[in-house]
Every structure is written in C-alpha cells, then in structure tokens.
Design a protein around this ligand. Structure first.
Ligand SMILES: Cc1cc2nc3c(=O)[nH]c(=O)nc-3n(C[C@H](O)[C@H](O)[C@H](O)COP(=O)(O)O)c2cc1C
Length: 276
C-alpha cells in the first residue's frame, strides 16, 4: 500500500524495557525523528504493570516508534495480550527490536505484523544491540556511543523518508511470517533447557530496600517480603541489574549453562540492522 506522511501529529516513543537498553535506543531514535519533523516527542513507557492499564494515546497523524527486547528470538510473549489492545488509528509506526548479541530471529517481523494488525502502517524498522539481560559481558555496555550514533542516524533517515513523498508499507523486514518457534536453548548433550519456571534468589546482602519489587515488570516479587517471588518471572534481569547491592541472582544450572554458552558463543559485536 502506498502511504504519505501527514505533518501535525506527535512522535510517540513507546517501549517495554526492563533493563533500559530498549528505552535508550527508542528514545534516541524518536527524539531525532521528532526534531527533524518539527514534532513533539512523547514517551510511553509500558514496562511496569500499572502502565499497561491502557494503550498508548495514538492519534492518526502520529508516528509511533515502538520498541521491545527480543526474548527467545521473538517478542516477549507475555506482552502480546497487551499489544493486542492497541489501536493504531492509521498512524505510522517504526518497529524497533533490541537483541542481546545472539540474533533477533523473527522478532522484528513479529512486531511489524502486530503493529500492522493493530491498525498502524509501518514505515521503517530496526534491530539494535543491547547488553544481554542475563550477562554483564555479552554486548557489554551497549547501546554505547557508536550504537546511539546509529540510532540518531536512523531517526534522521526515517524523517527523510517520511518527508520525501509517498512510500510503500509495510516496510520489508527479515524473519518468518508467521513467526517460527521460540529459540530453544540446549544443554551439552542436546537436551532442551527449560528456564520458564526459574525464579531469582536473594542473598544475605539484601537490604530490603524493595527496589527489585518496584522494577519488576510482572509485579512478581512480594514488596512486603522480597525473598518471595510468587508471580511469573520472565528472566528480564530488571531485579538483578537494578539491585543496588547485587543481592539478586539466578542459580539454576540450566540458566547458568545457557548464559555461559551465550557469553562464549557471541563474544563479538553483533550488527545493528536498519530497514528503510
Ligand atoms: C528471556 C530472555 C530471552 C532472550 N533471548 C534473546 C535472543 O533470543 N536473542 C538475543 O540476541 N538476545 C536475547 N535476549 C537478550 C535481550 O534481547 C536483551 O537483553 C535486551 O537488550 C534487553 O532489553 P531491555 O534492556 O530493554 O530490557 C533475551 C533476554 C531475555 C531476558
């Protein structure tokens, strides 16, 4: 379908970002895009459960830069019911996924399709790299200055595309459609590693500040007793990386094996990929 940008709306930076890397990239893209279009950049952070009580306020003239991290080669599956409450109202959208150095597999295609199904028209897409939620060495420190320069260049290139006349939508992106199975980690003899029920532990260093409960995107940790995690843990790393005294950790052997395998298998810097 051929589409044209109609000036007058806002640029909405919409993101789910438990450890903050998706937020950093989406904000950089949206800020530059908004400036180049002469529009306002409005953030919509749907990381915490309370923020997901309503969809983002999208207007028909808006451009939504929508970012989620890649989990098992796909979108975080527990976010899908929420994303399916969104109404795109014919706004333009820029799907952005953030992956932790291994691969984004079908996640960008999946996000493009969710947005198109919800009534957005996708104009561009991107896959950026961020420090892996499981690790401090895998894509360590990313997005760094180089990644953010790419994010700003991408924002400028999207603005240029929107301003230079009609364009085809949906934007072509790699990935299977419909998306294939979730990426399956395996142990050294090829047996599947299932970490779905794994929960984070708390060491004696815990000072009961409650930060882990406050930053958990699933509201899974009991704020009255942070040693208890009665809810669903998605292994997003928010509690581990957000703990001011490094008291939270995972000790599940399958989780630790997979983390180590990723650290050894993907030591280099993965490529940012832009689709315009
Ligand atoms: C459960 C889970 C599964 C993940 N699967 C992948 C993956 O398949 N490929 C990859 O490159 N990174 C993967 N990652 C890493 C995340 O994409 C990465 O940590 C992301 O930058 C975190 O985003 P955030 O900082 O916005 O929370 C996974 C992370 C988690 C928590």
């Amino acid at each position: 379908m051929e589409l044209a940008y109609r000036p007058g709306g806002a640029v909405r930076a919409c993101f789910f970002s438990p450890t903050g890397t998706t937020r950093t990239v989406v904000s950089a893209v949206a800020d530059v895009l908004a400036r180049a279009l002469g529009a306002l950049s409005e953030p919509f952070d749907f990381t915490l459960p309370a923020a997901r009580s309503a969809p983002p306020p999208i207007g028909p003239g808006d451009v939504a830069v929508v970012g989620l991290p890649v989990y098992a080669g796909r979108l975080p599956n527990l976010m899908l019911p929420y994303l399916n409450t969104w109404a795109g109202r014919d706004a333009l959208a820029v799907p952005v996924v953030l992956f932790g150095n291994r691969n984004f597999d079908d996640a960008l295609m999946e996000l493009r399709e969710v947005l198109e199904c919800r009534g957005f028209h996708t104009a561009a897409g991107a896959a950026f790299v961020g420090e892996h939620a499981f690790s401090t060495t895998l894509a360590a420190g990313c997005p760094d200055g180089e990644d953010l320069a790419r994010a700003r260049d991408f924002g400028r290139a999207v603005a240029q595309k929107l301003r230079s006349g009609p364009f085809e939508s949906p934007v072509p992106v790699p990935g299977r459609n419909p998306a294939g199975p979730y990426y399956q980690p395996r142990d050294r003899v090829g047996r599947p590693i299932d970490i779905r029920k794994v929960k984070p532990k708390v060491s004696s260093a815990c000072i009961r500040c409650g930060r882990c409960a406050a930053v958990c995107p699933m509201g899974a940790i009991d704020p009255a007793d942070v040693a208890q995690c009665p809810g669903v843990c998605i292994k997003c790393g928010a509690c581990v990386k957000g703990c001011p005294v490094q008291a939270r950790y995972y000790d599940d052997p399958g989780y630790l094996y997979h983390k180590r395998e990723l650290e050894l298998g993907y030591p280099g810097r993965a490529q940012v990929q832009l689709f315009l």
